[in-house]
Design a protein. Structure first.
Length: 366
């Protein structure tokens, strides 16, 4: 069996050290927001070249808290891509705001800037691009569009840990998490940087927003029993911080391995029945998604060869049951094509040559 992602294999050399740290935590007892959480926030802030980092319970909460920190009028419009995980849209609703969908670019997983321009109105308060599959959206292009319009830029970085903003000439200094008003990360176990449970983190360079976000993630409080606003119970537990402090040291190495595997796929997949996407030059390949019209046939071949696969995602946002009424008259051709024909193939950093050859040969031979 070729696993889609083998987290045990990826992290096995860290387990002894992690267990040792957790054993000490049992004695100390600071299970919620302990010292290791503060260490992780500082480690992640430095990793992203951001001024501030605030941990929270998960990626959905990260987006919700970020949006709530802006204190926007109810039903203000937030523009996001039609192809993303449901959490991006749910966060908008959780913050009492209105999601406005924009299609992705053709053969890309990121928001189409030409369509974005058309959707901006006086009610638009936030642009929320998603770096889907680890491919970076054109943030510089978005900034030019919203310049002097009093519109915030919050990016969903759930799949882009360690990627750079390649829309800027000096992209080597502009790591994702440092170039928007607020950046939101999921640290779900399967992410490029993942905990062993739910976790999330928010970065910003704005001190005012940082202070507001810190309160919002902890029931509106920075000091116990002093509640200054209605907040959320979304605190990172110390065990997950211990795990993440170990794993962040290995993130660049694992991302480079993903990029090497993607390069093999880019050059060796030659089957004309398969369409490859155009990923950003600094993509960290959280997923490697291909387009296949006869997807069922390829799935059968993968099942025969015992190769795991995935769909990211089988529905665009407008196709989800909860949103069908709101977006029933709208079509998002490229996003819907990703949903219908997209198939994620293994890009586990630990894939060996034999496994890669089997995957490539299966793709070229079906």
């Amino acid at each position: 069996m070729i696993k889609f992602l083998d987290i045990y294999k990826q992290d096995r050399f860290l387990h002894k050290s992690i267990i040792k740290k957790i054993s000490k935590l049992f004695i100390k007892g600071d299970f919620i927001m302990g010292n290791e959480v503060q260490i992780f926030e500082n480690n992640f802030r430095k990793y992203c070249n951001a001024k501030y980092a605030i941990s929270c319970g998960n990626g959905t909460d990260a987006l919700t808290i970020a949006l709530k920190s802006l204190d926007l009028p109810k039903n203000s419009e937030v523009i996001l891509p039609a192809m993303t995980y449901c959490s991006t849209a749910f966060a908008v609703l959780n913050a009492n705001l209105k999601p406005i969908l924009v299609d992705t670019e053709s053969l890309k997983s990121t928001i189409d800037l030409r369509e974005l321009k058309k959707k901006i109105t006086k009610k638009t308060k936030v642009i929320l691009p998603v770096h889907l599959y680890g491919s970076v959206a054109n943030l510089n292009g978005i900034k030019k569009i919203i310049n002097n319009k009093n519109i915030y830029l919050i990016d969903d970085c759930a799949q882009a840990h360690g990627a750079y903003d390649n829309s800027l000439k000096t992209h080597n200094k502009n790591k994702i998490g440092s170039t928007s008003d607020i950046s939101c990360f999921s640290l779900y176990p399967g992410k490029n940087l993942g905990a062993y449970g739910d976790a999330g983190i928010i970065t910003t360079n704005n001190k005012k927003l940082y202070n507001k976000i810190r309160k919002l993630r902890n029931l509106g409080s920075e000091k116990k029993f002093i509640h200054e606003c209605v907040g959320m119970n979304s605190r990172l537990d110390t065990i997950q911080a211990i795990v993440l402090n170990h794993k962040i040291k290995n993130l660049n190495k694992l991302n480079k391995q993903r990029q090497k595997i993607a390069k093999i796929y880019n050059t060796k997949i030659v089957n004309q029945k398969i369409t490859k996407l155009n990923y950003s030059t600094t993509c960290v390949y959280h997923q490697y998604v291909i387009l296949v019209k006869n997807r069922k046939k390829l799935i059968n071949e993968f099942n025969k060869k015992k190769i795991q696969y995935g769909f990211h995602y089988p529905y665009s946002i407008n196709q989800l049951k909860i949103f069908k009424k709101q977006f029933k008259s709208l079509k998002f051709k490229n996003a819907e094509k990703l949903a219908k024909e997209g198939m994620s193939i293994p890009i586990d950093p630990n894939l060996n040559k034999k496994e890669l050859n089997l995957i490539v040969n299966t793709l070229n031979g079906f």
